[in-house]
Write a protein of this length. Structure first.
Length: 537
């Protein structure tokens, strides 16, 4: 935990982890607070009907314990993977806590995913159970087809042919004996897209929460302060929503706001910020850009914000200028990835700010710039952005993929896959990616899964997916398509191809532009040269 200081260098040099041998995320999020401050609000939930409901720490812990007892009674055991396809609702937080208390492994999956995206993740993770809300029923059924290992299909709320976990757990005891877990015991798996092949499951130990805390405190300027309350529009299935917001808020005994947007809407976001005393937000740059376009008059007098942090793509000078002018705040930029999050940041309170730079290493993180062999480079020289192990925020492994895990490291350096340099003042600058990851609206999207989905369309013979620069979203997904013999290109076919990905894979991964080509650039070994396609933009 960071102690308050006014000097970054002193804070960085004097920081030490002091980690315990045993740590359980579930115990840390609700159980200890249910004993210390039972009536304090944990979740402030605003439903789609506009009603605001406070869920106290004692209520949250009892709900989690009932879920844990019920899941235990139907056969979920330590180490079992439990998929969660859930929105921002109190039950989602309670289920995470329950799974960690049991020693099982939570596998959050975005509600945006279609049947194919879910099916792959169910199969690859070996999920024993999936828990969802009724709107996802049909795609859950489709995704389960042919998967005999997915034994338990559970819904929150009444849903045909599914067991309602809330109703079933209502009669269970609200007392549960939390398992003692070690720092490296598996707790959480979040799928991250790669440049080639299918997505990989980044497996984290219980220590991942502790590893996030300095970054959360740094970007939120010594969080927690009196009156702090967190919110993010980001899905709690993503690291940004789960590990940057929901978990840290509860860990520090502060309330987190839960509210599900059907689709992000700037007016609704401003209304929420004006209605509830939200002081700390994580909002991706694309959402901030949309909010900037619809900024209400005198907004600084209507909201309660103390800190804003943002990441996943560049914040940029225009957003910073807007935030200072309209909100009186600097947007603290953060950098990391699912495998190793929140390691470089800015912090207005400490004057760790520089135009064009990400920021400096968060206390506890050793970040460097190296060549491909792991040799550290001189100031100003561009190379690989790397993080030195051990660090509690780092993932344990890619699930079932030891080679990919090994390839993520060069010596003790975790290779982020990003290029950058460090200047003479110690600020890190992002230059670009050395892979084909697409950054769109804060999401990191790998082309492999989209290409695989598109090849399932009867009209598609060959396809390559790349990112195209976009002012609002950073990049948009573009598909270059070679059509099957005898098929003619048309606007209607392009729309059908887009909808194929939207329905089968995910709404945030569909190609916003489809370009028909007679052939794609390839190497002599038959690999598509995406760089050539990107250069066309």
């Amino acid at each position: 935990m960071l102690r308050f200081d006014t000097d970054y260098q002193r804070l960085y040099e004097q920081f030490s982890w002091g980690l315990p041998d045993n740590f359980n995320i579930g115990r840390a999020l609700s159980e200890r607070w249910a004993k210390q401050t039972p009536d304090a609000p944990a979740i402030v939930f605003k439903g789609n009907n506009g009603v605001v409901q406070n869920v106290s720490f004692s209520q949250l812990d009892r709900m989690a314990n009932r879920f844990a007892n019920y899941l235990t009674s139907i056969g979920v055991r330590r180490g079992d993977r439990v998929a969660l396809v859930l929105p921002q609702i109190p039950q989602t937080a309670a289920l995470h806590i329950a799974i960690y208390k049991m020693g099982a492994i939570a596998v959050p999956m975005a509600m945006l995913f279609g049947a194919d995206g879910l099916s792959y993740r169910f199969e690859n993770s070996g999920a024993k159970a999936v828990i969802f809300t009724p709107p996802s029923r049909d795609k859950i059924f489709d995704a389960k087809k042919g998967n005999d290992g997915l034994d338990l299909i559970l819904s929150i709320g009444a849903c045909d042919q599914m067991s309602d976990i809330e109703r079933q757990s209502a009669t269970c005891s609200d007392v549960f004996e939390t398992l003692d877990t070690k720092l490296d015991d598996p707790a959480l798996m979040i799928y991250t897209s790669g440049t080639t092949g299918p997505p990989k499951g980044a497996l984290h130990g219980h220590r991942v929460l502790l590893g996030h805390l300095p970054g959360v405190q740094f970007a939120h300027e010594f969080f927690p302060q009196d009156g702090d309350m967190m919110w993010t529009p980001a899905d709690w299935a993503w690291a940004g929503g789960l590990l940057n917001v929901m978990m840290p808020a509860l860990y520090f005994g502060k309330p987190v706001v839960a509210h599900k947007f059907d689709k992000f809407d700037a007016k609704q976001a401003w209304d929420l910020l004006a209605e509830l005393p939200i002081r700390n937000v994580f909002i991706p740059p694309t959402a901030l850009k949309i909010m900037r376009l619809e900024t209400p008059d005198n907004i600084a007098d209507k909201v309660f914000l103390r800190t804003i942090f943002s990441g996943g793509e560049a914040v940029g000078a225009q957003l910073q200028s807007w935030a200072k002018d309209k909100l009186g705040l600097h947007i603290n930029e953060v950098y990391g990835q699912t495998e190793c999050n929140l390691v470089l940041e800015s912090c207005d309170k400490l004057r760790v700010l520089k135009h064009g730079a990400i920021g400096k290493p968060v206390p506890g993180a050793i970040v460097g710039i190296v060549d491909d062999e792991g040799n550290e480079l001189d100031v100003g020289a561009s190379g690989n952005i790397v993080v030195k192990r051990p660090h509690p925020v780092m993932f344990l492994e890619y699930w079932g993929n030891p080679q990919a895990t090994k390839d993520k490291y060069v010596g003790d350096w975790l290779m982020t896959g990003d290029q950058g340099f460090v200047d003479s003042e110690g600020y890190f600058h992002f230059v670009g990616r050395d892979d084909d990851i697409i950054t769109s609206s804060g999401y990191r999207i790998g082309p492999g899964e989209i290409e695989d989905c598109l090849l399932g369309h009867e009209a598609v013979k060959l396809v390559a997916v790349v990112g195209k620069p976009d002012e609002l979203r950073t990049e948009i997904v573009v598909a270059f398509v070679v059509l099957a013999d005898g098929v003619e290109a048309s606007a209607e076919l392009a729309d059908d191809i887009q909808q194929h990905v939207r329905n089968k894979l995910s709404a945030h991964e569909y190609p916003r532009q489809v370009i028909f080509k007679s052939a794609l650039p390839m190497t002599t070994t038959g690999k598509i040269i995406r760089r050539v396609l990107r250069e066309a933009f």
